[in-house]
Design a protein around this ligand. Structure first.
Ligand code: PMP
Length: 429
């Protein structure tokens, strides 16, 4: 497969964009090649600037759960273009979006729209601190909650991929109130609460971890967090930026039957436009300005084009069979990957929750960041390049999820896992 135009684009991009990319996870630096520049996308496929066609298992890192260019979302966007693209004033689509979120998400009684997942989690933490009057919060190793200072400690995603332990520019002061604990370790959380029972405002968690590769919550982990937060008067925040409207229509909280006090969303609710949201208990959300004293704002918040795109996508997701379909495709992928591991005697294991999946190059099991960090990332890089050569786009890091959409087909999943057998076989030889 030739990538000469992408190579040229990357050289040009590096001259005027740091590292040639506008988000580090897009660089292929850790898989030892240059990034592919996309030209267009449709359904489960993308085409690059060299004319190569791929089956896309990145799906814009989650938003494209219906595949690229679903007709209903396209139509909603086009209709809004005729009515203006940004008002900076209230519009009815914002009410409809808040109502939809509150109707669908079990814990949501009120919702505030923002423009990214980073803003959603940053604002939720501020709100939890403002509401409880407490300074500290707990986060988990390998969980990623966007790039705000206080949350950028022992983070997953690009921070893990590039092995950046603590980022220059984040002061000790900014992270002094961040308590970092191992994922799936309830005992550690209990000890932290015992040590400072009146200082912890909240626990923020990816209820299904996606940013160290996919790691499911251990049995009782989420319920245990709920119980501890209630006992110690802290708020529980589920960061559902990935799992929201994916793990189930009502997200991980619906799938596992545990209700947080606050939850954060992004990705899917924007239909591919820059959108985030935080939502939760009415009494907590009412502490936000202008109703309450906790300040939070945004020029483009509730942008009408983004609201219409997101609403159209949410309507499609409520049609019968969507989540059953995603589960079926996910199960087929998991079975195919396990078969590929067995047939090629590769030291690897598969974690999957619904339409999120990761092939980890370690014997496993992978339950937390230490387990994930033990993976053979060189092996992952060879696997990634082999799959790219065969026309499959997966995230260029061991510490990310593979995303399925309803536009993927059984044939594509089977062809993908057959290609995995080829690639792993080549590596073994
Ligand atoms: N939380 C989670 C769980 C995420 O996966 C991400 C991004 N991948 C974010 C927050 C940050 O979202 P954004 O990139 O839109 O700022």
């Amino acid at each position: 497969m030739k990538h000469s135009v992408s190579e040229q684009d990357f050289q040009k991009a590096c001259a005027s964009i740091p590292g040639g990319v506008n988000s580090p996870v897009r660089a292929f630096a850790n898989v030892d090649c240059s990034p592919v520049f996309y030209d267009h996308a449709q359904g489960s496929h993308v085409w690059d600037v060299d004319g190569n066609e791929y089956v896309d298992f990145i799906c814009s890192w989650g938003p494209m759960i219906l595949g690229h260019r679903p007709a209903a979302v396209d139509a909603a966007v086009r209709a809004q273009l005729d009515k203006g693209v940004s008002y900076g004033a209230p519009c009815e689509a914002e009410i409809e979006m808040a109502q939809e979120i509150c109707r669908i998400v079990p814990s949501a009684e009120k919702a505030r729209m923002v423009s990214s997942g980073t803003e959603a989690t940053m604002s939720a933490i501020r709100l939890a601190r403002g509401f409880t009057g407490r300074p500290k919060f707990i986060k988990f190793e390998g969980n990623y909650h966007g790039h705000s200072d206080a949350l950028l400690v022992s983070a997953g995603s690009g921070v893990a991929t590039f092995g950046i332990p603590g980022t220059p520019g984040v002061t000790d002061g900014a992270v002094a109130d961040t308590i970092v604990l191992p994922y799936n370790d309830l005992e550690a959380v209990e000890k932290a609460f015992q040590a400072q029972p009146d200082s912890i405002a909240c626990v923020i968690v990816e209820p299904i971890a996606g940013n160290m590769g996919v790691v499911a919550p251990a049995d009782g982990f989420l319920a245990g967090l709920r119980e501890l937060c209630t006992r110690y008067g802290a708020l529980l925040i589920f960061d559902e930026v990935i799992s929201g409207f994916r793990a189930a229509l009502g997200g991980a909280q619906e799938r596992y039957g545990v209700l947080p006090d606050l939850c954060t969303f992004g990705k899917i609710i924007g239909g591919g436009f820059p959108v985030g949201c935080f939502a939760g208990r009415a009494d907590v959300m009412s502490a936000l300005a202008p109703e309450g004293p906790v300040y939070q704002a945004g020029t483009l918040s509730g942008n009408p084009v983004a609201m219409q795109a997101g609403l159209a996508q949410l309507r499609e997701l409520q049609k019968p069979g969507v989540y059953e379909r995603l589960e079926e495709l996910g199960a087929r992928l998991e079975a195919g990957l396990n078969e590929a591991i067995e047939r090629t005697s590769t030291r690897a294991c598969v974690n999957r929750v619904g339409s999120l999946c990761t092939l980890f190059f370690t014997d496993g099991p992978v339950r937390n960041w230490d387990d994930a960090a033990a993976c053979d990332t060189q092996m992952f890089a060879r696997y990634f390049r082999g799959m790219l050569d065969r026309g499959y786009l997966i995230a260029p890091s061991q510490f990310e999820a593979l995303f399925l959409s309803v536009a993927h087909t059984e044939e594509e999943i089977d062809a993908f896992t057959t290609a995995v057998v080829d690639v792993l076989g080549d590596i073994a030889r």
